[in-house]
Design a protein around this ligand. Structure first.
Ligand SMILES: [Zn+2]
Length: 358
């Protein structure tokens, strides 16, 4: 109830503040769909709208790019940035179509893509994700940021009972009970609706809004729960974070993402896309197959260079100092995003060094 109240109030405020921005994107056809190429430019905390193709739109803002497919059946959505942006995102979606958001696909578990899940779920939307993405979302609510270790939690629950636990059996039973309490506490932290209702382990197909929509899992690329979404009729592909356009990408190796899998993911994108495919990247502007090829070329070139230096026993510091390696890309602004040149080279070095340690 409390959540609903919050959402309604933020929706009202969101529409009030956003109204000045709306003038450019209110041209609609008789079905209430947006017509003409309409672009709302995103500023600091502002959500922008780009018409990618016919009935498919990209919403930009502080988090990952959102995909929105509108049609007869309803709205099919991909990702949703942060919870704070939900009100403005929903308002932008309402400007495109009045249909309900029936389906939401999470491309992976990162907060800048799924942060608004519970706000969207409140509208009755069914959320889908890869099984690994779902368990990582659940784990993130359980608190990787908790400063208190599991053992400390158990100790603190048991502290008042210590002298009552005489036998080993009493002790064991009390520890088991304490552990159950900790699990329940972690579960209670998950906001209602934040977790996907449907999860899949490989691929998933939708037949919606007059087209076949393929959700394809990419293994151990950006994370171990990545999925890209391909609209077969519109020929639009949302890659999730397996592709960053124009900036160095983030490979979340702590969530089992890998350099090898990331390159494999880019190759898989090339197998699905063709010259006419419009590509919505996880971050950055709408792209084409040429941008994927360029990024793949960058990976191949830099990986080969780093590998050569690793084999030549150069240290991490020495490789990091080789600024000429990344010059071509740095000059194009690749290091100006969330992942700096240093961070990217470090990932390449660590992933390559790992290979040669074996
Ligand atoms: Zn991500």
């Amino acid at each position: 109830m409390h959540n609903k109240f919050l959402l309604v109030t933020t929706l009202l405020f969101g529409s009030f503040f956003a109204s000045a921005q709306e003038k450019s994107d209110t041209a609609k056809d008789k079905d209430g769909n947006l017509v003409n190429k309409t672009t709302t430019v995103a500023t600091a905390n502002n959500v922008g709208v780009v018409q990618v193709k016919d009935s498919i739109f990209m919403l930009t803002g502080r988090g990952g790019n959102i995909g929105v497919c509108v049609g007869e059946d309803g709205i099919f959505m991909i990702d949703n940035q942060f919870a704070k942006a939900s009100a403005q995102i929903l308002q932008r979606v309402r400007n495109i179509s009045d249909k309900p958001i029936e389906i939401l696909v999470n491309t992976h578990h990162h907060g800048d893509h799924v942060g608004g899940n519970s706000n969207i779920a409140e509208l009755g939307t069914i959320i889908f994700s890869h099984a690994n993405a779902r368990s990582r979302m659940e784990a993130s609510f359980a608190g990787p940021t908790d400063k208190v270790s599991h053992q400390q939690k158990v100790d603190s629950i048991l502290s008042g009972y210590r002298d009552k636990l005489r036998t080993e059996e009493d002790k064991k039973a009390a520890i088991a009970k304490a552990e159950q309490v900790i699990i329940n506490m972690a579960k209670a932290k998950v906001p209602a609706g934040a977790l996907p209702i449907v999860s899949f382990s490989r691929d998933l197909n939708f037949n919606y809004n007059g087209e076949e929509i393929k959700v394809i899992h990419l293994s151990n690329a950006h994370t171990d729960g990545d999925a890209m979404v391909y609209f077969t009729k519109s020929n639009v592909l949302h890659t999730g974070d397996v592709f960053f356009n124009g900036v160095y990408p983030y490979i979340d190796t702590k969530s089992n993402g890998s350099l090898r899998g990331y390159v494999g993911g880019l190759q898989q994108i090339l197998r699905v896309a063709n010259e006419d495919t419009k590509i919505i990247p996880g971050h950055g502007r709408v792209a084409s197959i040429a941008d994927i090829k360029y990024t793949l070329g960058m990976f191949k070139y830099l990986t080969a260079q780093v590998e050569y230096n690793v084999v030549a026993k150069k240290t991490e510091a020495e490789v990091m100092a080789m600024r000429n390696l990344t010059k071509e890309y740095d000059e194009k602004g690749y290091g100006d995003g969330f992942i700096t040149t240093e961070k990217f080279l470090k990932t390449l070095y660590n992933e390559t060094a790992k290979k040669y340690q074996k």
